[in-house]
Design a protein around this ligand. Structure first.
Ligand code: GDP
Ligand code: MN
Length: 352
């Protein structure tokens, strides 16, 4: 397949002309950023790389979502960086804020407890080069963000028209040239969830997520797919969660999966339990458990050829793939086979 079929021939002194035409075949897809106005410089860093490594040739539309209106400066800076269409959307407050039925006293008690614990984590994490240092972040909005990314982004009015999305965060690095269209790859191979890095989560943030999940599956056994990836996320056949998850700051996925009846029911159950506020459930374990249990394992795709860094971890393609993508990361920094990576479990699961 040649995405540049029907090629436009630029004269070699005409540097302003597009070197090539937009590919003739594209997927129904968008590149999605959730961001605050204050994230602008980090967004610019990510977007410029997205353009250079991939999208200036493919021109997929960008979608920006925010719980506050984007500033004119934010919008203008973004629009000036790309020839692709860009849309900016406001998240309705009811899709963002803590719902009224959450017991605020209970939520506040947990925030306090977590805050105290996170001090311990900070010390522990600082001792390891690889673990995330806890920043003094807005503990309220982080929970809203996790809930929004779990259950709302794919229902936003700007997102409804799209099937596939690539989630991008501020301040990430893309190391390799991408010579093909990953959305079409997903579509043509009937893939549903694409990921790049896998690691275990912190049990303290999701203490009861697995129990709630088990109860959900007991109530709706039909949601569990045959040939699912239970062996990736559980070492004992589903009794306990081994905490492995797809690091969801990178996702290339089919949003129709989140819109499906199985996932909708799952999200509603989790949300009713209140774990996004009584604990600090992340969208990463929520997405990962759903993708692992409600999908056959061949619907998952490891984007091994996409060199990617979100502090403090990176996936750096090795060997042939490194050369093929002209990647500029260091192969020895690749996280896949680090002791903390869940990649060996994922590979063992695929081989079993
Ligand atoms: P981390 O990767 O877990 O450290 O979390 P980030 O701070 O990177 O946040 C995850 C994503 O949500 C990023 O794309 C942020 O820009 C976005 N985000 C986080 N908090 C907010 C918020 O309060 N409002 C908006 N609009 N976006 C947020
Ligand atoms: Mn981030």
């Amino acid at each position: 397949f040649d995405p540049f079929e029907g090629s436009y021939v630029a004269t070699d002194y005409d540097c302003s002309a597009p070197a090539r035409l937009e590919p003739s075949r594209k997927a129904n897809a968008t590149i999605l950023f959730l961001a605050r106005n204050s994230d602008l410089q980090g967004v610019v860093t990510s977007l410029k790389q997205m353009e250079d490594r991939f999208n200036k040739r493919f021109r997929y539309p960008y979608t920006f979502l925010n719980d506050k209106p984007f500033s004119d400066k934010f919008k203008q800076t973004i629009v000036d960086l790309t020839d692709a269409p860009v849309e900016f959307g406001l998240i309705p407050p009811e899709d963002w804020n803590q719902p009224g039925w959450i017991d605020e006293n209970k939520a506040a008690a947990n925030r306090k407890e977590m805050q105290e614990k996170e001090i311990v984590y900070a010390a522990y994490r600082a001792s390891s080069r690889l673990l995330v240092p806890i920043m003094a972040r807005d503990i309220f909005s982080y929970r809203n963000m996790c809930r929004f990314n779990s259950g709302f982004f794919y229902r936003h009015s700007l997102m409804q028209k799209y099937r596939y999305y690539w989630r991008v965060e501020p301040d990430v690095i893309f190391y390799c040239d991408l010579g093909y269209d990953p959305f079409l790859y997903m579509q043509d191979n009937e893939k549903v969830y694409g990921f790049n890095i896998v690691l275990p989560d912190y049990i303290e943030t999701i203490a009861s997520l697995w129990n709630v999940t088990k109860q959900f599956i007991a109530e709706y056994p039909e949601v569990a797919a045959r040939n699912n990836s239970m062996d990736f996320i559980s070492d004992d056949g589903g009794e306990t969660y081994n905490l492995c998850h797809f690091w969801s700051n990178f996702e290339i996925a089919d949003a129709d999966f989140w819109r499906s009846e199985a996932y909708s029911k799952y999200f509603t159950t989790l949300d009713a339990y209140g774990g996004f506020y009584y604990e600090r459930w992340g969208d990463a374990p929520v997405h990962s458990i759903a993708a692992s249990l409600f999908l056959p394992r061949d619907k998952l795709h490891f984007f091994n050829d996409i060199g990617y860094r979100h502090h403090p971890l990176e996936h750096c393609p090795i060997g042939e793939l490194h050369k093929q993508g002209k990647c500029w990361c260091k192969e020895e920094e690749n996280f896949d086979y680090h002791w903390y990576s869940c990649m060996p479990k994922f590979e063992r699961m695929l081989q079993s």
